[in-house]
Design a protein around this ligand. Structure first.
Ligand code: HAM
Length: 431
């Protein structure tokens, strides 16, 4: 059969047999966010284009080249979110959440859209888990947020991921630093790639993370931001490191971590691994003290991070980290005849009310085929329901692995007794 269309390049389907892997990591992320006092925020998948242009920044690759922007039938320019920070900040402002007290702590799971060249670990639709905290300038908050990210990665069982930390200062120290970079790279204009040449005036810090080998060579001797930090930024950075040291969080200060989005100030960080190829950044974040003002609010120093779920799953695969198997069917009832089908319908409903997975045939298979299917889905117990069982009002529940059988009455007690049997796994249990 010829399909009329296939999925869009750079997008992925998560199929029913794979989704437990996502649910496993999402559960850990939810638990950790909760432990750190964050509550979930859900914002729309599209926003006015202006939000990202102003929030993420006009000079960024994301805004210049990668946004999915379209004009609606009403003539408005809207954009599919390329990341979660701007939308969450917009919602915080729009609902004046600061009236409820500071800091505001929000977590999210979002799908994001960036028109990038797809490759392993780089998609056009991808998913992020993120935490954002508004209304604190304390370095303790930076360290706590990094600890939260580290806790998630630890609980996922990941290793060989290292934390790279930097401070890119405030607008004052950055202005001096940018000037120093312009002067330094300005000497090599004839050797810079076209992208770097165009960034030299507006966003010279981005030259530091250019992927071109020649530019990387030049970047090695470039001035370092850490030599240009003002006293306040310098102190803030020292304090962040002090808190991280006291928590035993290992990190490397990497002055080349500049991040690709314009809103960052002071602390920036990335968790990076070598085990999944070129797209090895699994988590990125930092402080963004000016964003809320940029979006029309009052001064509200804030910070956050986001992790890419696809990349984390790739790392888990690459490191051979086992994800617990999906829950299996506890009881499969095979039926013979219409009356048995109706009885199975009733029994299964009760078993499911006990929180167990229970199934029966709905495609009209014969008995043998039903049992084969029960085996295929890994059902723990099966039960055959025919005329004899209906007239005796009892049936044998069979442990599919050991073959042991336990007789249970098909009355109101069935579901509860089956639950106990399932729980104790004791096949000698009987009515
Ligand atoms: P980001 O570094 O652009 O930061 O993205 C965060 C994470 O999303 C990356 O580390 C990566 O794991 C994943 N990611 C990014 N682009 C792709 C892609 N094309 N395909 C697959 N995964 C991708 C932000 O988005 C900021 N909003 C993070 C933040 C939150 N900063 C402060 N608060």
């Amino acid at each position: 059969m010829a399909l009329i269309t296939k999925k869009i390049k750079g997008t992925e389907d998560v199929l029913p047999k794979q989704s437990y892997r996502w649910q496993f990591i999402e559960k850990i992320m939810r638990e950790e966010s909760k432990a750190y006092g964050f509550k979930e925020i859900r914002t729309p998948v599209f926003e006015h284009t202006e939000l990202f242009a102003r929030g993420v920044g006009q000079t960024t690759d994301v805004v210049q080249k990668e946004m999915y922007t379209f004009t609606t039938k009403g003539g408005e320019s809207v954009t599919l979110r390329p990341e979660g920070t701007a939308g969450a900040a917009r919602a915080v402002l729009e609902h004046a959440l600061d009236n409820e007290g500071l800091p505001i702590k929000a977590s999210y799971f979002v799908s994001c859209y960036r028109y990038e060249k797809p490759q392993a670990g780089r998609l056009r639709e991808f998913h992020q888990f993120g935490l954002e905290e508004y209304g604190t300038q304390s370095p303790a908050a930076d360290a706590e947020l990094i600890c939260a990210a580290q806790s998630v990665l630890d609980r996922l069982g990941l290793d060989q991921i290292h934390l790279e930390l930097n401070s890119i200062g405030c607008p004052e120290c950055r202005a001096k630093y940018n000037q120093a970079l312009r002067e330094y790279f300005g000497q090599f204009k004839d050797r810079l790639c076209d992208t770097c040449l165009s960034r030299l005036e507006k966003n010279p810090m981005r030259l530091l993370d250019c992927k071109s080998p020649q530019d990387q060579e030049l970047a090695k001797d470039a001035p370092k931001i850490t030599d240009y930090l003002c006293e306040e930024c310098e102190n803030h950075f020292s304090e962040v490191k002090r808190y991280l040291d006291s928590a035993g969080v290992e990190y490397t200060v990497n002055p080349k971590i500049v991040r690709g989005l314009d809103y960052y100030t002071k602390t920036v960080f990335e968790f990076v691994t070598d085990c999944i190829g070129a797209q090895g950044t699994v988590c990125g974040g930092g402080r963004y003290d000016g964003l809320i003002e940029e979006l029309g609010g009052k001064h509200m120093p804030s910070l956050g991070f986001a992790m890419g779920l696809e990349r984390l799953l790739m790392v888990m695969d690459a490191q051979g980290i086992a994800i617990p198997d999906d829950d299996k069917c506890a009881l499969y009832i095979a039926t013979m005849g219409d009356d048995a089908k109706v009885k199975a319908f009733e029994l299964l409903r009760r078993v499911r009310e006990c929180g167990l997975i229970a199934e029966t045939d709905v495609v009209g298979r014969g008995l043998r085929a039903q049992m084969k299917y029960a085996d295929k889905i890994g059902a723990k117990y099966s039960l055959v329901l025919g005329d004899n069982e209906l007239s005796d009002n009892k049936a044998k529940v069979k442990n599919m692995e050991t073959g042991e059988q336990t007789e249970l009455a098909l009355d109101e007690s069935f579901a509860e007794k089956f639950s106990v049997l399932n729980l104790t796994d004791n096949s000698s249990f009987s009515i």
